[in-house]
Design a protein around this ligand. Structure first.
Ligand code: SF4
Length: 694
């Protein structure tokens, strides 16, 4: 039941779910939200929204919210409700004791892509100052870290190149490993509009996605590649472009570094990358690949949109660079209707990466080994900063199990449910002497915590989110924090209790500090955001109101770099024991691990994760719709209900990860991207068999 009433006033704010970053008017009666109305002035959504965003306010006041801080000496003890002062004092004392006994490097923390830029900035600052090390990482590690790496290497900036509206000028749209109508619905609708106007569509995905069924659209083709073969596919597309003379020679000569291009051209022209040569690897007919390459290369404007089906692989970073190679080879960079566009999963993935959450980078992607950048932060913060990167999340887990890493501060991420190989994660969390969890609900990770600090939702705080098009949007407080504090205030108090003073009185002051230390944010302020509604970074002296399209005249690295993208097959292979490949994704009504959407009124459409199985595989195993299936991988076992579906290709099964009980991550493995350790969620060899109801 949706509680309605006559609104008395409204506040414009930003949706806290996906990377589209839709603006909403929260219509209020007193302190109570009665309705979320998509805001026409929102430049990412122009008055549109999806079902998730409209109902999002429901979870903010859900009965499951944590309202009081809690502590306990060990995880087998019951929680004790305490004051904020006692909880923060308890946490600070334990962190100090652990560092005194085990050293400065024995603790660390994880920032959240669900929190604001200001909160994320403060957590990494807390770690680099009060903790005194670089052991900071972010949940972007497990989704788009390869985007950050791959785009920085090739284009010089760890971000997508376009605005969402730019798709309305595209003549050909290549969607790789993304399902925009479910995962980024407002952008998915915009894209459908463009397809109905006649733009052609190429989808490279193991599964048949809804976009391919857009009514009244122009030409569309599906490249149903096998999971784990993205790089072989993108190399084959590039091979056709090079071997058939479809390159944009002028663009390459003017905008790309010549040595890197010459090496890449010699590499990609080799016949081992020809579509016919890789057909047996990808499973896609060579003539389809040739047709797709021609359609992309010959279109006046061709744009690439990609998602986690690109990044969450052992070659995620290689694939991102392969995508950049395609855009560079055809000159599809630096104007409307083209570009390389990562569709970010969470509301502030871009922002959490921008804000220096990674162990090797200070805010604005300034490497910790860069003495000039480091010196600027040291002068402003009054501390020495290590010039060596700290631990990544998987390194923290391994170090916890081996006893070298003893305490962790986790803000707004349910690592026990969302990270791969749950058994390994739980072993690591159980090994910690102190786990501090700051969250809005008692999540799976909190089961291993010693300190539980209530978090605040997007409706209870001020700040900014940065969406997938680098757009910095204001988040405005519409109701008081349910537990009395905004997340940034908690970090400030923890820092003060640890002996590193922080004195902010409003998030706008944190943004002012970010702007002073981060060249790409130098022109950002709350006043300017009020004036312009939103700003797309880089926003600085050269671009005082931001930059909608990147790389128009030059790249931050001068000339773009082609990258060698050798295909290396994942070690996760199907065999007689595990004959099917499992891949994962999302549905429209749920969001990530579902902690929020399962506590709102939009959850009525779906109530469980299911396993999609191709009719051929179902028949072989005697499986019908609704049967219970045991799904076993090399890492673990779970049980899911069956849906027999022509969307799948034979040999590939698919599930979602929105419900804690279904345990998709119980069966995903430890494999990860070679450059960034982003987990290989998208390829898991499994055995599937009918079982009785669990
Ligand atoms: Fe917009 Fe994404 Fe929120 Fe839906 S979930 S309203 S598309 S930001």
């Amino acid at each position: 039941v949706i509680e309605m009433g006559q609104p008395e006033h409204s506040v414009v704010t930003t949706c806290a779910y996906c990377g589209v970053g839709c603006s909403f008017k929260a219509e209020m009666k007193g302190d109570k939200v009665v309705r979320m109305v998509p805001y026409k002035g929102g430049e990412a959504n122009h008055g549109h929204s999806c079902v998730k965003g409209r109902f999002a306010f429901g979870y903010a006041t859900h009965k499951d919210r944590i309202r009081v801080p809690m502590i306990r000496d060990s995880i087998d003890q019951p929680w004790k409700e305490v004051s904020w002062e006692e909880a923060i004092g308890f946490a600070a004392k334990r962190l100090k004791e652990i560092q005194a006994e085990h050293g400065r490097e024995s603790i660390g923390g994880i920032t959240s892509s669900r929190c604001t830029n200001e909160e994320t900035y403060l957590v990494q600052k807390l770690i680099r100052t009060a903790f005194g090390n670089n052991n900071t990482d972010t949940c972007a590690r497990v989704c788009h870290s390869p985007t950050g790496y791959g785009l920085k290497q090739t284009l010089g900036e760890s971000a997508g190149t376009q605005t969402f509206d730019s798709v309305m000028k595209a003549d050909c749209v290549l969607v790789i490993g993304a399902n925009p109508t479910d995962a980024h619905p407002v952008f998915g609708s915009l894209l459908r509009r463009r397809l109905r106007e006649g733009a052609s569509l190429i989808v490279a995905d193991p599964r048949h996605i809804d976009l391919l069924d857009t009514p009244h659209m122009g030409d569309a083709m599906h490249l149903p590649l096998r999971p784990g073969t993205n790089v072989a596919m993108v190399n084959a597309l590039a091979h056709v472009i090079v071997s058939e003379g479809l390159e944009d020679s002028d663009f390459i000569a003017q905008r790309c570094e010549s040595d890197a291009y010459a090496k890449w051209r010699a590499f990609i022209a080799d016949e081992r990358h020809a579509p016919e040569a890789v057909e047996a690897i990808t499973g896609v007919a060579a003539d389809q690949v040739r047709a797709a390459a021609r359609a992309y290369a010959k279109a006046p404007n061709a744009a690439i949109y990609y998602g986690l089906g690109v990044t969450e692989h052992s070659q995620g970073s290689t694939m991102v660079m392969g995508i950049a190679n395609l855009a560079l080879a055809t000159g599809n960079i630096g104007r409307d209707g083209v570009g390389v566009n990562p569709l970010r999963g969470q509301n502030n993935v871009q922002g959490s990466c921008d804000m220096g959450s990674f162990p090797h980078e200070l805010p604005g992607y300034q490497h910790v080994s860069d003495a000039v950048a480091r010196g600027r932060f040291e002068a402003a913060w009054g501390v020495k900063i290590d010039d060596e990167p700290g631990l990544r999340i998987p390194n923290m887990f391994d170090a916890a199990i081996s006893g070298h890493f003893r305490a962790m501060y986790v803000q707004g991420e349910d690592i026990a449910q969302s990270d791969p190989n749950t058994q390994h994660v739980e072993e690591a969390l159980r090994s910690l002497d102190c786990l501090i969890v700051q969250d809005i609900f008692l999540n799976e990770t909190a089961k291993f915590a010693h300190v539980l600090l209530p978090g605040s939702t997007f409706l209870e705080k001020n700040g900014t989110f940065t969406n997938a098009e680098r757009r910095i949007n204001r988040v405005r407080k519409v109701m008081p924090p349910i537990a009395g504090k905004e997340d940034w205030e908690v970090t400030v108090e923890l820092s003060n209790a640890l002996g590193y003073p922080m004195t902010y009185s409003h998030p706008s002051e944190i943004m002012d500090e970010i702007a002073a230390l981060t060249p790409s944010f130098a022109g950002v302020s709350y006043d300017k955001l009020e004036q312009h509604g939103s700003l797309q970074w880089p926003c600085n002296a050269e671009n005082p109101v931001g930059m909608p399209i990147m790389h128009v005249e030059s790249f931050p690295i001068g000339k773009a770099q082609f990258a060698i993208t050798e295909f290396v097959a994942t070690t996760e292979r199907a065999n007689r024991r595990f004959p099917l490949l499992l891949t994962t994704g999302r549905i429209l009504s749920q969001y990530n691990v579902g902690a929020q959407t399962r506590r709102t009124d939009n959850q009525v459409w779906h109530d469980e994760d299911i396993l999609e199985v191709h009719p051929h595989d179902a028949e072989e195993r005697g499986i019908s719709d609704g049967d219970w299936l045991g799904v076993t991988s090399r890492a673990g076992q779970t049980v899911l209900r069956a849906r027999v579906s022509e969307r799948m290709q034979p040999g590939v099964v698919y599930t979602t990860f929105h419900h804690p009980g279904s345990g998709a991550n119980v069966i995903t493995t430890d494999n990860s991207d070679w450059a960034t350790n982003c987990p290989e969620y998208k390829v898991t060899a499994v055995q599937v068999e009918k079982v009785s109801q669990p």
